[in-house]
Write a protein that binds this ligand. Sequence first.
Ligand code: ADP
Ligand code: MG
Length: 212
Amino acid sequence: MPATPHLIPSVIQGAASAIQSHAEEVSALDQAIGDGDHVVNLQRGLEALSQQAESLAALDWPAALQKIGMTLMASVGGASGSLYGTLFIAMGKAMKDREMNLANLAEAFGRGVEAMKARGKADRGEKTMLDVLIPVADVLKSAAEHAIAPGQLAEEVSRAAEAGMESTRDMLATKGRASFLGERAIGHVDAGARSSQLMISAIAEVVAESAW
Ligand code: ADP
Ligand code: MG
C-alpha cells in the first residue's frame, strides 16, 4: 500500500467498472427482495467519486477517506449510502496520524465495519453487505499478523468476500427491506452483499497490482 493515495483514481475506476459490468445482475437481485434501486444508488456515488478522483489523490489518507465518506453519504442515498458513508468516515478517523500500511489499514477497516454495524444495528448473519465486509475485515486482520504477499492477500480477500456473498443466499433477512419478505427472501443473494463483493474483489486486484 503506497504511503500516499495516488492509487485512488484506479481504485474508484476498478469499483465502478465492476458494478457497471454486473449492473443488470445486481439490479435483478435488489428487485427480487428489495426495491430495485441499489445499482443506481451505487452508480451515482461512484460517479461522484470519479469526478473527485484527482482531488482525492492529492489529499492524505485520513482526509481522503473522510471526503469519500461524505461524498457517498450525500450522493448514494438509500440504506447503503449512510452505511458506506459511515464506513469511510470511521476509517478516516482511525487513520489519523498513522502511516498507511497493512496493519493500520486492517485496523481502520475493522473500525469502519464496527461503525457500520452500530449505525445499521446489524451484524453478520442478517443477509446484508456485512456478511461480506466482516469476513474481509477478519482476513485483513490476520494477514496483518503474518507476512503475506500482496497477490496472495488479494486472493484471500476475494475468496472471503465471495464466500460471504454466497452465504447470504440461504439466510433469512432481519434488516433492511428484504426483512419484510420473511421466508420468501430465502434462495436469493442479497444485492448489497453482491455489490460489495464485486467492489472489494476489484479493489483488491488494483491494490495488489500497484507498487506497495
Ligand atoms: P434501500 O434498501 O434503502 O433501497 P439500497 O438498495 O441502496 O438501499 O441498499 C440495500 C442494501 O443495503 C441491502 O442489500 C443490504 O445489503 C444493505 N443494508 C440494508 N440495511 C442494512 C443494515 N442495517 N446494515 C447493513 N447493511 C444493510
Ligand atoms: Mg434498494
